[in-house]
Design a binder for this molecule. Structure first.
Ligand code: NDP
Length: 285
């Protein structure tokens, strides 16, 4: 049986550390502030934005929520982003995706000031990640890397297989593993013989969005498995992209769904907001 990499516990520990740092910053007169922007009424997005705002408040951060109607124009959203960019009480700006179709997401993400881009999606920050410069690292892949660190996994020389190549998870997590000296293979829907690729992996990172498509029998004995996938089955049940029960018979360590990568994502957003506030406090931005 494998060790469970407990995302809830790691997130709780990190949040306690962030709360301590927030207190210290407050004594210097700086309250880290996050602005969330939600356009339209997508129920899942509403839940995410609410959770992000609540998490900020729990840690003593300042949080402002902007809820705009689904009919909002790109110009109106750009005007809000511009106001937030110049608001000194706001250190991080998060525009919840997806946006309604009359708004170009790339235009909006590029309008957010890179020093307030706590989601790490601005091309400037993506480029800095690519060349290995300090930057805001996108929250989900950043959370994956923290979990690997906390689980004591040294990636140097390891075969890492990332399944999924999205800009928000697969590609950045692959880059981060490369920076930690892993040998990285990125798989996607056109990859030939995915089982063979996964079978060669010391570390498997699954970010696909297909329930339990990574079979337990593909996992090499003793491999580490990070399951980013969140797939809703029926009303209540959540499963990952990995066949957990079978995979946990072979893996040395594995993340559960729920309670794995999920809790880390918001925590890394809070961490990035804290970092943004610290930089603003030192004028290093
Ligand atoms: P995307 O849909 O943007 O990307 C999915 C990727 O999986 C694509 O690169 C796609 O390949 C690849 N893929 C799809 N089908 C297959 C297949 N049969 N074989 C191999 N590769 C395949 O998803 P995201 O990256 O946004 O999210 C991935 C999962 O992670 C989802 O379940 C999502 O809910 C979850 N997630 C969880 C978060 C968390 O906080 N825990 C945060 C973000 C996402 P191709 O490019 O060729 O189409």
């Amino acid at each position: 049986m494998s060790t469970i990499i407990d995302g809830k516990a790691i997130a709780a520990k990190l949040r306690a550390e962030i709360a301590t740092e927030v207190k210290i910053l407050k004594e210097k007169g700086i309250i880290p502030g996050l602005a969330t922007v939600l356009v339209g009424e997508d129920p899942a997005s509403e839940v995410y934005v609410r959770m992000k705002g609540n998490a900020c408040q729990e840690l003593g951060m300042h949080s402002v929520k902007h809820t705009l109607p689904a009919t909002t124009t790109e110009a109106e959203l750009l005007a809000l982003v511009a106001r937030l960019n110049s608001d000194p009480t706001i250190h991080g700006i998060l525009v919840q995706l997806p946006l309604p179709k009359q708004i170009n997401s790339d235009t909006i993400l590029e309008a957010i000031s890179p020093v307030k881009d706590v989601d790490g999606f601005h091309p400037y920050n993506v480029g800095r990640l690519m060349v290995g410069k300090p930057t805001f690292q996108p929250c989900t892949p950043y959370g994956v890397m923290v979990m690997l660190r906390e689980a004591g996994v040294d990636l140097a020389g390891k075969e890492v297989v990332v399944v999924g190549r999205s800009n928000i998870v697969g590609k950045p997590v692959a880059l981060m593993c490369l920076q930690q000296h892993a040998t990285v293979t990125i798989c996607h829907s056109k990859t030939r013989d995915l089982p063979a690729k996964v079978k060669g992996a010391d570390v498997v990172i699954a970010a696909v969005g297909v329930p339990e498509m990574i079979k337990g029998e593909w996992i090499k004995e003793g491999a580490v498995v990070i399951d980013v996938g969140v797939n809703r089955i029926g009303e209540k049940k959540l499963v990952g992209d990995v066949e957990f029960a079978a995979a946990s018979q072979r893996a040395s360590a594995i993340t559960p769904v729920p309670g794995g990568v999920g809790p880390m994502t918001i925590t890394m957003l809070l961490y990035n907001t804290l970092e943004a506030a610290k930089k603003a406090g030192t004028g290093d931005r």
